[in-house]
Structures are given as structure tokens and as C-alpha cells.
Design a protein around this ligand. Structure first.
Ligand SMILES: NC(=O)C1=CN([C@@H]2O[C@H](COP(=O)(O)OP(=O)(O)OC[C@H]3O[C@@H](n4cnc5c(N)ncnc54)[C@H](OP(=O)(O)O)[C@@H]3O)[C@@H](O)[C@H]2O)C=CC1
Ligand SMILES: Nc1nc(=O)c2c([nH]1)NC[C@@H]1CN(c3ccc(C(=O)N[C@@H](CCC(=O)O)C(=O)O)cc3)C=[N+]21
Length: 307
């Protein structure tokens, strides 16, 4: 590759995720053969949000293909807090269910944090319960949120030891930005977490050896915000009108990340695409967490899955 035409390596999250799903499938089959335990995941979706419906269908299909039990509970948009809490209590008590995921966002009448905290922390395969957030913060074994877990796997696969690298995370949500910061701190990165009140975001980003974008703003992070050779993880999933004006007029959409991919790929050393980057890792890590939860419930040491 000529110096004048530097192009980033495209990190193939879809391929890495497929390998991880294969490893989880094989490990689950061994768990079932040796201990009679088939990992089971329950996904709960409230309401009809079309994007959520697609993700939930993908999760169900991937889980079933991995030889795990997969139950999907579809509740109407009018579901009350008490009805949802009752379903969670049933799932907490079901010994055949090792993982529970309540799809977000929930309708306005429901208190999301109360619902997430009603899930048994040992079945909380999203890693959103305060107990799991606390375990991650203090370095105890628990269940780690899927998107940051998958992003960290891609980084370690690409870079090996992350010690001493400057990591900048743009976004401080409880489900992506904060757990990502904890994981990279545990990998001995020097971590900066930026957000909507940060001053001079381009300058903060330019200091990053590892840049994680989890903002939810289409193509906000520009090529000239990136340190040459940096590794860029684009978590964003934003649906925008199709680039073709005729198709856009027909209401067709496409998915883009939080990073302006084309210009960023001219500067970065490696970058995840959207789609095909972090998204597939999220689903693969959900299966990995369900397998891990099933092993722990059975008192069995989980096999290593990350390589
Ligand atoms: N690939 C996957 O599997 C997943 C993808 N996603 C995607 O990742 C993105 C982030 O998701 P999530 O963390 O849930 O989003 P949230 O909306 O919860 O958080 C967004 C964060 O970005 C910050 N932010 C917003 N605007 C700016 C700005 N102009 N400059 C700097 N920071 C800003 C916010 O700051 P503040 O706190 O100050 O408001 C906030 O901390 C979304 O596109 C989402 O769809 C999410 C989950 C899984
Ligand atoms: N309790 C809960 N847990 C979640 O993990 C959760 C959630 N709620 N609510 C919504 C977000 C979003 N999310 C994604 C999962 C997979 C892809 C994914 O597979 N994306 C593919 C396809 C993208 C597309 O074409 O739409 C890709 O990026 O290649 C994306 C986004 C999980 N989330």
C-alpha cells in the first residue's frame, strides 16, 4: 500500500461475530452433553417499534441456530409496569431460563430502571443491573454489557495488549459509554469519556489511539478529528434517508454510524464499518453471556470464548 493512499484496515465485526457464535454453539453443546443444561434466553419486547422488532427477531434466530432455547415474549404497548414486573418474576423463577433481556426503549408508562433492576443479576445478560455495573466497576466477575464487551474483543484482536494506550469514548450512557470506559480502564488504557458538555471535542478525539464513538448522531465524528493510525470503533446505528434521492423520496433508509466513515478511513489505522462492525458483536456477546450465565447456574467453569 502506497503512503500517499493510506487506507484503514476495515475491522470485520461480522466475521469475528460469526466465529464467536460458532465457539458459543460448540461450548453450549458440550455443556448440554456433559451436564444436561441447555442455555435458555428470554427476550421481552413491549410495543411495536419496527427497529426493535427486527433486532429481537435477529436475536431469536441467532439464539436458536446456536442450539439454545429461545423464548420471545411480545407484550402490547399498553402493558402496565405491574404486568411487566410479574413476567420478570416468572422468568427469574424459571430454572430453564438463564438469560433475560428486556428490549429498550420501553413505553413511557414504564419505569425502565425499576424493570432492569427487577431482573435477577445472575440472569441479566445485558449487564444493565446496578449489581452488574458495580461488579464491573470494582473488578468482580459478573455479566458485562454486550456492546462494550464485543467492542473490547475487536480491539484486543486487532491491537493485542492495550496497556498505556489513550482511549477516548464519546458518549457516557449506562449501556455503552460508561461500561466501555470500565473495560478499557481494566485493560490499562488511559481513558477519557467525552459527552455533550465536553469542550473542543475534535481536540479530545485527536489525542486518541483508540476512539470509540457512541453518540447516536449520524457521521458526527469527522476525518480530521482522528489521529493518524488510530483504531476507531463506531458503535452508532443511525437510520438516515437513502443516498439516492429517488429512493429517499420513497421513504427508503440506510444505516450509518457516528463516524464519517469514508473520510475517517483515510486517516485511521483501522475502523469498524456500519453495518457489519459492532452490531453483530452485540448479538454474539448476548449468546456468550447466556452461555456464561448457564454455566454459572450449573456450577460449571465456562470455557474461554474470546479467541
Ligand atoms: N451497535 C450496537 O449494538 C448498539 C448501538 N447503539 C447505538 O449507539 C449510539 C449510542 O447509543 P446510547 O449510548 O444508547 O445513546 P444515548 O443517547 O443514551 O447516549 C448518547 C451519548 O452521546 C452524548 N452526546 C450526544 N450528542 C453529543 C454531542 N454533540 N457531542 C458529544 N457527545 C454527545 C450524550 O451526552 P450527554 O450525556 O451529555 O447527553 C450521551 O452521553 C446510538 O447510535 C445507538 O443506536 C446502542 C446500543 C447497541
Ligand atoms: N435491552 C437491550 N439490549 C440491547 O442490546 C439493545 C436494546 N435493548 N435496544 C436497542 C439496542 C440496539 N442494539 C443492536 C443490536 C444489534 C445490531 C445489529 O446487529 N446491527 C447490524 C445490522 C444493522 C442494520 O442493518 O440495521 C449491523 O450493525 O451490522 C444493532 C443494534 C441492541 N440494543
Amino acid at each position: 500500500m502506497a503512503d500517499t493512499d493510506a487506507r484503514a484496515t476495515i475491522i470485520d465485526g461480522k466475521a469475528f461475530a460469526a466465529g464467536l457464535v460458532d465457539r458459543v454453539t460448540a461450548a453450549s453443546a458440550r455443556l448440554e452433553a456433559a451436564h444436561g443444561v441447555k442455555p435458555g434466553l428470554a427476550v421481552v419486547i413491549v410495543g411495536e417499534d419496527p427497529a426493535s422488532q427486527i433486532y429481537v427477531r435477529n436475536k431469536g434466530e441467532t439464539t436458536a441456530r446456536a442450539g439454545m432455547r429461545s423464548d420471545t415474549h411480545r407484550l402490547p404497548d399498553t402493558t402496565s409496569q405491574a404486568e411487566l414486573m410479574a413476567l420478570i418474576a416468572t422468568l427469574n423463577a424459571d430454572a430453564g431460563i438463564h438469560g433475560i433481556l428486556v428490549q429498550l426503549p420501553l413505553p413511557a408508562q414504564i419505569d425502565s430502571s425499576a424493570v432492569l433492576d427487577a431482573i435477577d443479576p445472575d440472569k441479566d445478560v445485558d449487564g444493565f443491573h446496578v449489581v452488574n455495573a458495580g461488579r464491573l466497576a470494582v473488578g468482580l466477575p459478573g455479566l458485562v454489557p454486550c456492546t462494550p464487551l464485543g467492542s473490547t474483543m475487536l480491539l484486543k484482536d486487532r491491537l493485542g495488549d492495550l496497556s498505556g494506550l489513550n482511549a477516548v469514548i464519546v458518549g457516557r450512557s449506562n449501556i455503552v459509554g460508561k461500561p466501555m470506559a470500565q473495560l478499557l480502564l481494566a485493560e490499562n488504557c488511559t481513558v477519557t469519556v467525552a459527552h455533550s458538555r465536553s469542550r473542543d471535542l475534535p481536540a479530545i478525539c485527536r489525542a486518541a489511539d483508540i476512539l470509540v464513538a457512541a453518540v447516536g448522531r449520524p457521521e458526527m465524528i469527522k476525518g480530521d478529528w482522528i489521529k493518524p493510525g488510530a483504531t476507531v470503533i463506531d458503535v452508532g446505528i443511525n437510520r438516515v434517508p437513502s443516498a439516492d434521492p429517488v429512493k429517499a423520496a420513497e421513504g427508503k433508509t440506510r444505516v450509518v454510524g457516528d463516524v464519517a466513515f469514508k473520510e475517517a478511513a483515510e486517516i485511521a489505522g483501522a475502523i469498524t464499518p456500519v453495518p457489519g462492525g459492532v452490531g453483530p458483536m452485540t448479538i454474539a456477546c448476548l449468546l456468550a453471556n447466556t452461555y456464561t450465565a448457564a454455566c454459572r447456574a450449573a456450577g460449571v467453569e465456562p470455557e474461554r470464548l474470546d479467541a
